[in-house]
Design a binder for this molecule. Structure first.
Ligand code: PMP
Length: 360
């Protein structure tokens, strides 16, 4: 039997998302997945594990709604914001004849989720400095030979680190009343002030914001993300979501992270991360192998080296695993470095300096 023929045609063609874990790599210092370098301590009660959890654990939904200042019925909790991306596509975009617009280089899951669900993808251009505006997206929407149901924009952008301006977002929301504008704000806690647009869901019915506990809250391991949108959008997504997307231990931990103590800890963690990001930025600037450092609003730096692959391989040989963007549009020689601990970043700088000296 030819089993490969059984696989749906669109899945046969699918290139899966290359997560840091799937790419792997042998090393001891992992600066490739934008994770927090340290985990916190949580209390865990195992006496309810015999029961199925609530589909939408109330205290997690209300904890997050209070944290960002929106009403509870505007929030959906899911298995990471990755699940939210897939859910949005499955709920709103019809297979084969409708699709989404993205603006590469951008977070890879939008395209993978679209292709997995057999919906179409069109690409918006960026300006030469990689910034994006409403007109560039509108041009792609108008040019697409299918009905564009959703536009996905990451702000802060991964790996670019840049932000999408409020005026551009509002222009887009007004120009596309029948299209969903999905603003992925996974890294917003690390950004310059004034770019958190979750509250705009009160004003714009076609705005969806996605958020996560994976980054600022240092909880990538529990897989807990959020969608913020008009209650009608949330209700539609709840028709499609799996019966029990948030495991009971996840809900217990998320609840603690979203209590006031957890939020205070998060704020300290973010401030320290930004300090280390600035220190790494200046240290890298002193190296002759560095060509450019992109402005960052996340827990990572995107760095253009004179010879990216040589740097990536030299670090991997030392056991320091970074993320290469060599084959992504406009990002030749670019490497993304997650902001690790002081010790990890000191180690990285030691090896980068050695490498720079060996090239001199
Ligand atoms: N959005 C962006 C821009 C990301 O970089 C990531 C993870 N790297 C995600 C969403 C997914 O986050 P999670 O599923 O862990 O919430």
């Amino acid at each position: 039997m030819n089993l490969s023929k059984l696989i749906a045609k669109h899945v046969q063609k699918l290139v899966p998302y290359q997560s840091a874990r799937r790419i792997g790599g042998h090393g001891h210092t992992f600066l490739n997945a934008n994770e927090s370098p340290k985990s916190e301590f949580y209390i865990f009660n195992s006496t309810t594990l015999n029961r199925y959890p609530d589909c939408q654990p109330e205290e997690v939904v209300s904890g997050f709604a209070d944290y960002i200042g929106v009403q509870y019925n505007h929030v959906l909790v899911s298995r990471g914001s990755d699940e939210a991306i897939g859910l949005i596509i499955r709920t709103f975009v019809e297979q084969e004849n409708e699709g989404i617009v993205i603006a590469p280089p951008t977070y890879g899951m939008y395209e993978v989720a679209a292709r997995t669900n057999n919906v179409r993808v069109a690409y918006a251009e960026r300006h030469e400095d990689f910034t994006l505006d409403a007109d560039l997206i509108l041009e792609a929407v108008n040019k697409a030979d299918f009905n564009v149901k959703a536009v996905f924009i990451d702000s802060p952008a991964n790996p670019l680190g840049i932000l999408f301006e409020k005026a551009e977002l509002e222009k887009l929301l007004k120009a596309l009343p029948d299209t969903l504008v999905v603003l992925d704000q996974a890294y917003i806690e690390f950004a310059r002030k004034g770019y958190d647009f979750a509250k705009l869901v009160d004003e714009y019915d076609n705005l969806i914001v996605t958020r996560t506990l994976s980054k600022a809250f240092a909880l990538a391991g529990i897989r807990c993300g959020f969608t913020i949108a008009n209650p009608e959008i949330i209700k539609a997504m709840l028709k499609v979501i799996d019966p029990y997307p948030v495991c009971d231990p996840v809900a217990q931990i998320a609840k603690q992270a979203l209590a006031s103590g957890g939020i205070n800890l998060m704020e300290v963690r973010v401030a320290e991360c930004i300090k280390r990001r600035d220190i790494l930025d200046s240290a890298l600037r002193s190296l002759p192998i560095v060509e450019k450092i992109f402005e960052s609003n996340g827990n990572y730096l995107l760095v253009k080296f004179k010879d990216g692959p040589a740097v990536f391989n030299a670090m991997a040989q030392k056991g320091v695993i970074l993320r290469s963007f060599e084959d992504k549009k406009g990002l030749k020689n670019c490497i993304r470095i997650s902001i690790g601990s002081d010790l990890e970043l000191e180690e990285l700088m030691r090896y980068l300096t050695q490498f720079a000296n060996s090239q001199a």
